[in-house]
Design a binder for this molecule. Structure first.
Ligand SMILES: [Ca+2]
Ligand SMILES: [Ca+2]
Ligand SMILES: [Ca+2]
Ligand SMILES: [Ca+2]
Length: 474
């Protein structure tokens, strides 16, 4: 053996050793339920390892946020233990945008929140799990939860924010804020999010704010979102990028009631002091904004009230209306370039205080929704509502779907501006929707484009409302 071969072999051995040392790096082991110190979950998170095994049988009681400030992905493996916050603060945050993988852990806040028992510090209201994506981040931020529960926090149950305005990012596809080039992928398997978002306005079960370039992917299997103050799930995608979701064997039930109408309708009545909560005026009456009631103040939460005013071209008031801002089961808002591509399978959306599913797409891009073997029932507004505007098409395919007993319409597809609408409904039932208008299935094609609705082997008991659309029934 020449010396140069020996030298190469030594180099190779060194390389092998360091590779295997990395592959076999030991995880940190959590051996007690203490807030901090040796053997605690906090010490493990701060140790710089990328894998943690929670071995203790104890409940983990924390007095402040568990903050992971690393940038590398972190995995935490439990066996069903509970991490309990002894106060209204965020339980686990990845403050430098790291991907998280968590198996077999429960996260619980202090609970007891509702509009009469709000978070005492609304800007700091506690979340369950929070990933704060860095402004300079790229690639894919992943949150992967298996057999995880999140409950009893005041704010969002789970929040991923790729938005420089953090909690002021705002809902809706047109929501404000800028974001990084990163995309966000959320994968839930056996996740339950319950009784969260009841300590402040607009706090969701899962909330993803995606801005800048990048898309949202949301995959849920065997998961439940229930008792959430705002939306069960809200995905907000602004600027370039799409929302892709596949939801299987999951449920979005009883969400959206933080702005409790039972309490707030009485407060609105007191505020209006005898004035009606909606009114219309002839232009000749020359009613000005000063003549009608203003924004609601002095209630438990004034953000819960919506006030709409329509003006004539002359500037006089044509109509006004007050409403209470309740929320949905599953809400997607997509704006800018990009589409909503959704599959909902063997899932249910029941008893939500606004719409069941509410998918809004703006600007370039399509809505493509496939719903199979799924139910929307007893939601206060529409069962499945899909609204598309700007350049792009609507494509809907329903098989074995039931949408019944909703306060709004059973299923709605609206297409605006350039583009066409193509909806195929098979083996589907709609019944007893929409108290006043009795509409099971509404398909609307406005402006340029074609529209086709094909209904096969279905019972649309409460009727079809088609505008600008050819209806084929057999
Ligand atoms: Ca982004
Ligand atoms: Ca977009
Ligand atoms: Ca779009
Ligand atoms: Ca369009």
């Amino acid at each position: 053996m020449t010396s140069s071969t020996l030298f190469k072999k030594t180099l190779l051995a060194t390389a092998l050793f360091s590779t295997s040392a990395m592959a076999f790096a030991l995880p940190a082991v959590v051996t007690n339920g203490n807030n901090d110190g040796d053997g605690s979950l906090r010490a493990a998170i701060q140790s710089g390892v990328n894998e943690i095994v929670v071995a203790t049988d104890d409940q983990i009681m924390i007095t402040e946020t568990l903050d992971y400030d690393g940038k590398k992905a972190l995995a935490i493996y439990g066996k069903g233990q509970t991490v309990k916050a002894l106060g209204d603060f965020t339980l686990l945050s990845a403050s430098q945008g790291a991907s998280l993988k968590i198996n077999g852990l429960n996260f619980s806040g202090p609970g007891g929140f509702d509009i009469e028992n709000q978070s005492s510090d609304l800007t700091m209201a506690g979340k369950g799990i929070f990933i704060d994506v860095r402004d300079d981040q790229a690639g894919k931020v992943k949150l992967d939860l298996t057999n995880v529960t999140v409950a009893a926090v005041a704010n969002h149950g789970i929040h991923i924010s790729d938005c420089n305005l953090a909690d002021a990012c705002g809902g809706g596809g047109g929501g404000a804020g800028e974001g990084s080039n990163a995309s966000i992928k959320v994968t839930f398997n056996g996740v339950t999010v319950s009784d969260v978002g009841n300590g402040k306005f607009d706090a969701d079960g899962l909330r993803v704010d995606e801005r800048g370039n990048g898309s949202i992917t949301f995959i849920a299997y065997d998961s439940l979102f229930t008792g959430v103050g705002a939306d069960g799930v809200e995905l907000d995608e602004g600027q370039n990028g799409s929302v892709m979701t596949v939801v299987t064997n999951s449920a979005f039930n009883n969400n959206g009631g933080y702005c409790n109408p039972d309490i707030l309708e009485a407060e609105l009545e007191i505020f209006l002091a005898g004035e009606p909560d909606e009114n219309e005026f002839d232009e000749s009456n020359a009613v000005t904004e000063k003549d009608i009631p203003g924004n609601v103040v002095g209630t438990l939460d004034d953000d819960c009230f919506e006030r709409e005013v329509d003006l004539y071209d002359s500037g006089f008031v044509e109509a006004y209306e007050y409403g209470i801002d309740v929320d949905d089961g599953f809400d997607i808002d997509e704006a800018g370039n990009g589409s909503i591509i959704a599959k909902v399978m063997s899932s249910e959306i029941l008893d939500n205080l606004d719409e069941g599913g509410d998918f809004d797409e703006e600007d370039n891009g399509d809505i493509r929704l496939v719903a199979i073997d799924s139910r929307a029932r007893s939601n206060s507004d529409d069962g499945f509502k899909n609204s598309e505007s700007g350049r792009g098409n609507v494509k809907g395919l329903f098989y074995y779907v039931e949408s019944t007993d909703n306060g709004g319409k059973g299923v709605v597809f609206e297409e605006e501006d350039n583009g066409s609408v193509t909806v195929v409904v098979n083996d589907t039932l709609t019944e007893n929707n929409d108290d006043s208008d009795k509409t099971g299935l509404e398909v609307v094609q406005e402006d340029k484009g074609q529209g086709t609705l094909t209904v096969r082997n279905s019972s649309i008991v409460d009727g079809i409302d088609a505008e600008g659309v050819t209806v084929i029934e057999d």
